[in-house]
Design a protein around this ligand. Structure first.
Ligand code: DAH
Length: 334
């Protein structure tokens, strides 16, 4: 009898190691401990044995029964936890996959930079915290010069400032490099303006600079016309009108026709027909002198584009604040 019991025990040990889930466990329980289970049947036969045999075999069989019951209970708890972790309800609806994209201002900025890079300009960056020299003085705007009023500025307690335009990048590059210089510098600029439909205290500009021998106003005009045609489309009408900037002479502003009425004047452009998109001009000889470039040998042109302006015209948006409210319904249109 003891051999039969040992065989059952051996088989049960092997079966235990094969249990993988609650179903296997239940089958195992029935096989050994069920009403007609192998161990149950065996235990029922013990009463027919001699007293001596009953003592030995009975003890071993009952101990094994207890052991099996304990193992089954432990395994049940473990497998239940495991099934919880791996439970996967394939009838649940799928989760929506949110795909982000670039902010319209970033898109426009990258598109512009890309156009100029293809023309041979190199991308540059400058610091957002600037000093008076780079933001003003070197750009031919000395202290107390009335032109400083054109660029109202945030000052830091230590005398430095938040750059009020991207033009200081011109100075940083010219201080560092010798002509030929052809750079494009996108970035954030800051002015203490209150928010309204066309103003924001933080906005974006793209600065361009080309310095070499024999650079003329014609180069400037051709470069900007080409840019506008690529960016806005071939049919666009561009005007250069005289203007004033301390760091360029002569200076101009570029106006672009309203894309809705092509310059005739309509409600969208408040009957203006043309909208200003950038300031430009031939680099002032004094600016070249300030960075030790000889204005007798070299000449250059520069321009500063307003990125929000470009985006508003291109996408026909009439309130700059929409760019900063981060309303997904607005942003996801681009
Ligand atoms: N910095 C000027 C502004 O913020 C824009 C500008 C005008 C930049 C003429 C230039 C330039 O480089 O030549 O209004």
């Amino acid at each position: 009898m003891i051999e039969i019991l040992e065989k059952i025990i051996k088989e049960a040990e092997k079966d235990i190691s094969l249990i993988k889930n609650l179903n296997d466990l239940e089958n195992f329980r029935i096989k050994y401990l069920g009403r007609k289970g192998e161990l149950t049947t065996f235990l029922r036969k013990i009463k027919d044995l001699s007293i001596e045999e009953r003592k030995v075999v009975g003890k071993r069989a009952n101990e094994f029964k207890e052991y099996l019951e304990k193992v089954i209970e432990e395994k049940r708890i473990f497998l239940k936890e495991e099934e919880k972790v791996f439970f996967f309800d394939y009838t649940l609806p799928g989760r929506k996959f949110w795909l982000g994209h670039k902010h319209p201002i970033t898109q426009v900025m990258e598109e512009c930079v890309d156009i100029f890079v293809r023309m041979g300009f190199k991308e540059e960056q400058g610091p957002e915290i600037e000093d008076e020299w780079h933001n003003f003085t070197a750009l031919n705007i000395p202290p107390l010069h009335p032109a400083r009023d054109m660029f109202s500025t945030f000052y830091l307690p230590d005398g430095r400032l938040l750059r009020s335009h991207t033009s200081p990048v011109q100075i940083r590059v010219m201080e560092r490099e010798k002509p030929p210089i052809r750079i494009i510098a996108p970035g954030r600029v800051f002015r203490p303006d209150d928010f309204d439909a066309s103003h924001s205290p933080v906005f974006h500009q793209i600065e361009g600079l080309y310095v070499d021998t024999d650079v003329t106003f014609l180069d400037l005009k051709a470069t900007l016309e080409e840019f506008c045609r690529i960016f806005f489309g071939k049919e666009v009408i561009i005007k250069f009108v005289p203007s004033y900037f301390p760091f360029t002479e002569p200076s101009a502003e570029v106006l672009i026709c309203c894309l809705n009425c092509l310059g005739k004047g309509c409600e969208r452009c408040r009957n203006k027909g043309f909208l200003e998109i950038l300031g430009c001009g031939m680099v002032h000889p004094q600016v070249l002198k300030n960075v030790n470039i000889d204005p007798e040998v070299y000449s250059g042109f520069a321009f500063g584009l307003g990125v929000e302006r470009l985006a508003m015209i291109k996408f026909q948006i009439d309130d700059i604040r929409l760019f900063y409210q981060n309303d997904i319904r607005f942003l996801s249109q681009f």
